[in-house]
Design a binder for this molecule. Structure first.
Ligand code: T3D
Length: 260
């Protein structure tokens, strides 16, 4: 049987494909475990400088596999604590860019896992659904954090309470995602973008990610101080020296991604 997460290593980056297409790639224990393992491996591998996350078949991810909840679960909080929260923390904490190619419907935790990635591309036919309210649940996987910040409180509240689908085009227009592309162009564009990111100053990109993550809760003074500290680190990387030299010599930079 094929794995529930396919890992395809490329030169400097990796494609992780959620692979339970007959269940719209909804999360079961096995898929959670394999995705966590694959993200930890990407984090530990200095040769891997960017990650592309996508789904197999016609959907990206339909959130929790509800057939695993048929008999009820005593404590859903435990599932959030042990599975969904660590996944979002892994994605946000990974010190390399994560591109998400939303190839079809992204519902429930599937939508919010996509939105936890750094750069989200979506196929024109894709849609995002905060499906939770339909079954009496609360948006999880960071949805109540990311959504109001991305699209504002009014839209976030309505989406959470009404569970209405948002088309990829609407998601782009609202600033929920980076870009919508034609279905056939999604994979090549996402691969091109991830391959490009893998050649960039990885340590600097990690510091950008850190700054962006922190700006969600810092005030201006705190954020200015953080920018100072992160710039100090960025300025000490070999890629900064290389970037300046390449600019001055009017040649393409050759970044190693190394922090020192
Ligand atoms: O429990 C905890 O750990 C707490 C954490 C919760 C996190 C969550 O994500 S809660 C939200 C769970 N997700 C949902 O409520 C979404 C359920 N799915 C849907 O509403 C629809 O399937 C979609 C809107 C996503 C897509 O609709 P459509 O018409 O394109 O496809 P479909 O026919 O409904 O689905 C195709 C198949 O996938 C179908 O199976 P079948 O009939 O062909 O054998 C369907 O049952 C299955 N499927 C889709 N989503 C799930 C699923 N099976 C199990 N769990 C799913 N979430």
């Amino acid at each position: 049987m094929e794995s529930s997460v396919l890992v395809d290593r490329r030169e400097g980056w990796v494609v992780l494909t959620l692979n339970r297409p007959d269940r719209l790639n909804s999360f079961n224990e096995d898929m959670h475990g394999r995705l966590a393992e694959a993200l930890d491996a990407a984090a530990a591998d200095d040769g891997c400088r960017a990650v592309l996350l996508t789904g197999a078949g016609r959907g990206f991810c339909a959130g929790q596999d509800l057939s695993d909840r048929a008999g009820g679960v005593a404590d859903l909080g435990a599932a959030i604590e042990t599975r969904y929260n660590p996944l979002v923390r892994r994605l946000r904490g990974l010190r390399k860019p994560v591109v998400c190619a939303v190839n079809g419907v992204a519902a429930g935790a599937g939508a919010n896992v996509a939105l936890a990635c750094d750069i989200v591309l979506a196929a024109r036919s894709a849609k995002f659904i905060q499906a939770f309210a339909k079954i009496g649940l609360v948006p999880d996987s960071g949805g109540t954090f990311t959504l109001p910040r991305l699209i504002g409180d009014a839209r976030a509240r309505a989406l959470a309470m009404l569970a209405e689908p948002v088309t990829a085009e609407q998601a782009e227009a609202w600033g929920m995602i980076w870009k919508v592309v034609d279905d056939a162009a999604l994979r090549p564009e996402a691969e091109k973008l991830t391959a490009h990111l893998a050649t960039q100053p990885t340590a600097g990109l990690a510091l950008i990610k850190e700054a962006m993550n922190a700006s969600a809760h810092n005030d201006l003074d705190t954020q200015l101080d953080l920018e100072r500290d992160l710039q100090r680190k960025a300025g000490a990387t070999p890629d900064y020296a290389e970037g300046v030299q390449a600019f001055l010599k009017k040649r393409a930079p050759r970044f190693t991604g190394r922090p020192s």
